[in-house]
Write a protein that binds this ligand. Structure first.
Ligand SMILES: *Cc1c(COP(=O)(O)O)cnc(C)c1O
Length: 454
């Protein structure tokens, strides 16, 4: 057998031509999303007020296993895909583990994360529908950056409502977006009714993601030719992110490698869902078996400590209700949490797979995450995003277990992005001032009690 190279690259013509829709192979499908007003399953027509037509179709499609990736999107993918599957030889040596560790690196583009995979798809369908532009919210800024790149490529107007505190604290993220032509507005703003109301009620507020979503949705529905787009959680986003898993599967096959354990970090579940989809498909069809681990922060533990129930996808309660593992849409992680992945719920697909026992979940504390990030950076070179480092932490834990058992298993994890804009969090870790906060059962009960009665 040929020695496995440091980086397994696919050829350009081996890049997937279709996305894989894992819902098609699920016997028990994720529960339908509901109209928050009527509590009835959302129709295509209702969704099309907020989302582009084709994206509304994709959101509701749980029957077609493969959906063609339009050439225009593949042309853009070609600028930064196929992304490498890296054999972490240096990390293995450092850990002295018999395990073989691989990571799929999605940080090789200017936005610095996997979010561009869906941003370009969503921008394409908006352009195809003849829209003028799209609106969205961004917290830390990765999604807004990816979307601004995608919109500039298709010459679409891009309006980003950025949580005010991030707008002020992350000026470089903001300037990247503006360089790509996006209009970035600190939220709450005076542009929208909901923004004016929140500003009047809470003068001087630094905003929240929920508030920014409400502003972005209002901006979309009140401007002719605009739609709202979202960077995670939705089934359409997981569909686009399946490109990660399809490439990973193809790269492993090229060298006859069978993954044993697959690990991904989980915020809203889009990179994890995309990475694992083709492998879960094999499990669902009875072709193979894998151990799959979703990793979440101990300070925002939706899978490990949440409930499986219908909830609002946004704090503003304007988006459809989804059945998911959730901490309640009013839950906000503790202020000392610096590791990202702060969404209160989890993709309905990932939630259903977890509920069926096809995937496991583990929560990790942020000081351990940054310790793993630092260890990884020092031997593998890449400065990982804090989000991605949750997966690194568990990959290292699993590799260390193999050291005890002597097991030569293949561990594959998703390295979703780079951490250049997260240096304030790294600074806290380096200064030794980072702390951990795990919510108590009473903390969690309070928000879970506020779930909508469906
Ligand atoms: C947004 C983000 C995540 C988390 O989002 P998912 O939808 O759970 O994938 C993870 N890593 C990076 C680098 C991100 O930007």
């Amino acid at each position: 057998m040929e020695k496995i190279p440091y980086k397994i690259y696919l050829e350009e013509n081996e890049m997937p031509k279709e996305w894989y829709n894992v819902r098609a192979d699920m016997k028990k499908k994720p529960a339908p999303i509901l109209n928050p007003g009527t509590l009835q399953p959302v129709t295509k027509e209702e969704l099309a007020h907020i989302f582009c037509e084709e994206l509304a179709d994709q959101e509701l499609n749980d029957v077609d296993p493969y959906i063609a990736i339009p050439d225009e999107i593949r042309n853009f993918y070609r600028m930064y895909r196929p992304s490498p599957l890296v054999r972490a030889y240096c990390l293995e040596e450092k850990l002295k583990t018999p395990a073989h560790i691989y990571y799929k690196f999605e940080g090789n583009n200017t936005s610095g994360s996997h979010k561009l995979n869906s941003a370009i798809a969503q921008a394409y369908y908006a352009k195809k529908q003849g829209l003028k532009g799209v609106t969205t919210e961004t917290g830390a800024g990765q999604w807004g950056t990816a979307l601004s790149m995608a919109c500039s490529y298709f010459d679409l107007d891009c309006q980003v409502y950025m949580v005010k505190v991030s707008y002020e604290q992350k000026p470089f993220r903001r300037e990247v977006m503006r360089t790509y032509g996006a209009k970035v507005t600190p939220s709450p703003s005076m542009n929208t009714e909901v923004g004016r109301k929140i500003n009047a009620e809470f003068p001087g507020t630094t905003g929240s993601l929920g508030c920014a979503i409400s502003e972005a949705v209002e901006a979309a529905v009140t401007q002719e030719g605009y739609r709202y787009v979202l960077g995670s959680v939705l089934s359409q986003v997981l569909l686009h992110q399946s490109v990660i898993g399809l490439e990973t599967s193809a790269a492993l096959k090229k060298y006859g490698i069978k993954a044993d354990t697959i690990i991904g970090c989980a915020g809203g579940g889009s990179n994890l869902g995309g990475l694992i989809s083709p492998f879960v498909g094999e499990m669902l069809r009875g072709e193979a078996d894998y151990e799959i681990i979703a990793v979440e922060p101990a300070s925002c533990p939706s899978l490990t400590r949440g409930v499986y129930a219908y909830d609002f996808c946004d704090t503003g309660k304007v988006c459809p209700l989804a059945k998911m593992y959730t901490l309640g849409s009013n839950f906000i992680p503790s202020a000392n949490h610096a590791g990202g992945l702060r969404y209160h719920g989890m993709s309905s697909i990932v939630s259903e797979l977890y509920d069926q026992g096809l995937i496991k979940a583990r929560s990790v504390e942020q000081t351990d995450v940054f310790k793993a990030a630092t260890e990884f950076a020092r031997v593998e070179g890449i400065l990982p995003a804090p989000e991605s480092s949750h997966a690194i932490k568990v990959a290292i834990d699993e590799a260390l277990k193999c050291k005890e058992t002597g097991e030569e298993k293949n561990i594959v994890f998703g390295l979703t992005g780079t951490g250049y804009f997260d240096m304030v969090a790294y600074e806290k870790y380096n200064d030794g001032t980072m702390s951990d906060y795990i919510p108590t059962d009473d903390d969690l009960k309070k928000y879970i009690a506020q779930l909508p009665q469906v």
